[in-house]
Design a protein. Sequence first.
Length: 391
Amino acid sequence: MKHTLSTTDLTILEHIVFVAEKSAKTVQFYFKKGTEQTYITPKKDLLVIFNLSEPIGFDYPVIDLKKFIATYIPGAVDSQKNTVDISSMVIHTQEDAERFKTDVVQELDFTFDDLQTNQRLKKYKHLNILGEKNKCIFRYQNHEKSWWFDDGNKKIIEHGKSSRKFRYVMQRDKLRLLPNDYKLILRETSIQFQYKHLNYYFLPDVSWKRQSVKDWTTATSIIDDKHLIEQYRKKGYPKLPPIDNSIVKHASEKDYDKVNMIFQPYKKDYFPHLRKDYLTRMIKSGNVILDKEVVITYNQYKRKTTISNDAIALKGDCVLHQIASKKHNGSASDVLQRFFKFVNARVFLTVRSSNMTAKKFYEKNGMKLVGHTSWSNGTLLGDVYLLERQF
């Protein structure tokens, strides 16, 4: 059996190569019997779905799509001449595709003009798509220090209204789309660009929805040297606001080694499950505090969650996962107290029942024992602590 691809089919396939080459050295493609076709990068960070002009009557694997297109002649898709060993290919599953197709958070337009603007702003690494204060905003920025640091070097474009609170971040140069006007669909796990039957789904670098969206920090938030501030004022620089002692500094991707080093002495006994991918993901999502050589990892609950029979967290409450300090000089208490002010919510944590030192530390800092839990099929007992929100 043979199949001839149309000019439109070839254009889309060429563009898949163009888009996918950012994350795949060789672009493989598997034509599936029928009209709808799907492509997912080996890293599973991009999904493309489109319809062929005419349905293909058989499955047809292509080991190198770029080479296939370069040498294509009408009728070249011939089921009798395909010798590709599919065991050498990365073939996605239906479950892989479904990961992208989650619930819709917001829909808006993304026009050809928006696409040209994205291509023009090459000095910025990232595109932020935000819903805040009833507005939708495209914010271009570099994020050298952290995802929530505002260094003033940005381009903000208002893009209509939004009734939701969200923030999605993706690398600007990954946004390689065919020149069209698209419907931009923000989903729980992905960013979708839709034009008729052509759909691009990108996994964001990081994203936040609802209560997990934070306020931006600025340079004045990270200057904590009173003498330095006074020198700035004497030099005639713009007046700096008073130091907000509730602000805590977050780790950036460059701080991974520092964070890991602080955790290292505690890994064997207390944090054996801390892996590099977990720490990296938490840092990228802006959920790791690194301040005065103290590390705190945390999250906010997105829904009501039962921690134990005696403790139930509500949506918006915070869970403190880990805390570790390089020095025992009171810095851990200082950072923890500022963390409590920063999250401005109830804070839960669990700790091994046998870890008396940690429990005394939490009690000293205002937390109370509110429940009990266990791990490893009940062989490892734990306690649940809570800091009530301070009004």
